[in-house]
Design a protein around this ligand. Structure first.
Ligand code: PLP
Length: 384
């Protein structure tokens, strides 16, 4: 089976974890802050705080900006459910905005339509790895005094107007799940990048405290200072990332540029090889930004489900990212979903398909997928 996404590991990655297993610290040791520093350097952010997965990153970011029960947070209709769920974990209400038809990125005009007196923040999702329109979103956030958050779980390695993802929003959240741009099994990160350094420091401190039960210091720093006392300031969680995971993530981060280059090459090849067919339309890559190509999403002009099944018969695994979040049972049962209007997202869901893409994918595999798609389109046309 050719998977739609997969980790790329080498001996250096494996050795980095083995070295930690032989060291004194398996968790909350020196590698946590080393990875965080490497990550904030890479993304040109004020700070980076590691957590145990991307969902925890979103939960912690929304806690840091003090989302309270009843606060509204605008999220795109097309995203992984974790984006909206994290709002609910904090007692907030996700408000769904539609997406643009050509990119499936959040539609800034619809965000403006959805702002009310209760809106506290916008979460922009860099869908498939392409950064959102951060200039327009920043303007909107400033005009209405909102926090701008990025769900950058797909887009590590991408740039918008030459600025790296991680530095574009007030807080940006990342995932290190195996199919993501870099991996450590499970893992996450929140970068903070606000102009006011006092605010940046306060947000970073809230993130550190929240990931460690609401306690304001960690075991290693207390040991280094020869202290035993700590204070639990509020009810936080254990969202910590281990040293083993940080070692692996740091090793992976050193290869991010080559991973991204390969993903971009694969995407260009798909676009070139699929171009002759009117049946498949890759999403648009906008010119003022680079694309991390976590996902290679096409729109199938006819019968997406048939294309999915026929590819599967040829041992090619594809996927659909995503059903509009509010169409999931949990949301249907608790939200007045009939009043939610995101027609572009609903129409796109019928057509989208994520093709295999990962750095270790070989050229002949790209050709095999493109050729298979062409044959399926031909067979459909002949039988029509
Ligand atoms: C857009 C988006 N947000 C959040 C998450 C959650 O990340 P994690 O699986 O690391 O919790 C994912 C993961 O698939 C995602 O794709």
């Amino acid at each position: 089976m050719l998977p739609y996404g997969k980790q790329t590991m080498d001996e250096a990655d494996i050795q980095s974890v083995v070295d930690v297993l032989r060291s004194d610290w398996l968790t909350t040791g020196p590698l946590v802050s080393q990875f965080e520093t490497a990550f904030s350097d890479h993304t040109q952010a004020y700070s980076a705080t590691s957590v145990c997965n991307g969902t925890a990153a979103l939960q912690a970011a929304l806690h840091a900006i003090d989302i309270q029960p009843g606060d509204q947070v605008i999220v795109p209709a097309i995203t992984f459910c974790a984006t909206a769920n994290a709002v609910i974990y904090n007692g907030g209400i996700p408000v769904f905005a539609d997406v643009s038809a050509d990119t499936l990125l959040i539609d800034v005009d619809d965000v403006a339509n959805k702002i009310t007196k209760k809106t506290k923040a916008i979460i922009a999702v860099d869908y498939a790895g392409q950064p959102c329109d951060y200039t327009a979103l920043r303007q909107l956030a400033d005009d209405f005094d909102l926090f701008l958050l990025a769900d950058a779980c797909h887009s590590l390695g991408a740039f918008y107007n030459h600025q790296p993802v991680g530095s574009l929003a007030d807080l940006s959240c990342f995932s290190f799940h195996p199919v993501k741009p870099i991996t450590c099994g499970e893992g996450g990160m929140i970068t903070v990048n606000v102009a006011d350094h006092g605010l940046a420091e306060m947000l970073t401190r809230r993130l550190h405290c929240f990931r460690n039960h609401g306690i304001d210091s960690d075991h290693r720093s207390r040991q280094q200072l020869g202290q035993f006392e700590y204070d639990m300031k509020y009810l936080g969680f254990n969202l910590r990332l281990t040293d083993m995971q940080c070692a692996l993530a740091m090793s992976q981060l050193s290869k991010l540029t080559s991973f991204t280059d390969r993903r971009q090459f694969i995407a260009r090849e798909y676009c070139r090889q699929l171009e002759p067919s009117a049946d498949y339309q890759p999403l648009v890559h906008l010119e003022d930004r680079t694309h991390a190509y976590h996902l290679m999403v096409i729109r199938c002009r006819s019968n997406r489900d048939k294309v999915f099944n026929e590819l599967r018969q040829r041992q090619i695994v594809t996927n659909v990212h995503y059903r509009p979040v509010y169409q999931n049972s949990f949301y249907r049962e608790r939200f007045d979903v009939d009043s939610i209007h995101c027609p572009t997202a609903e129409a796109a869901y019928q057509e989208i398909l994520s093709l295999p893409i990962f750095p270790a994918m070989e050229d002949h595999q790209i050709e095999f997928v493109s050729q298979s798609l062409a044959e399926i389109a031909f067979a459909t046309a002949v039988s029509a």
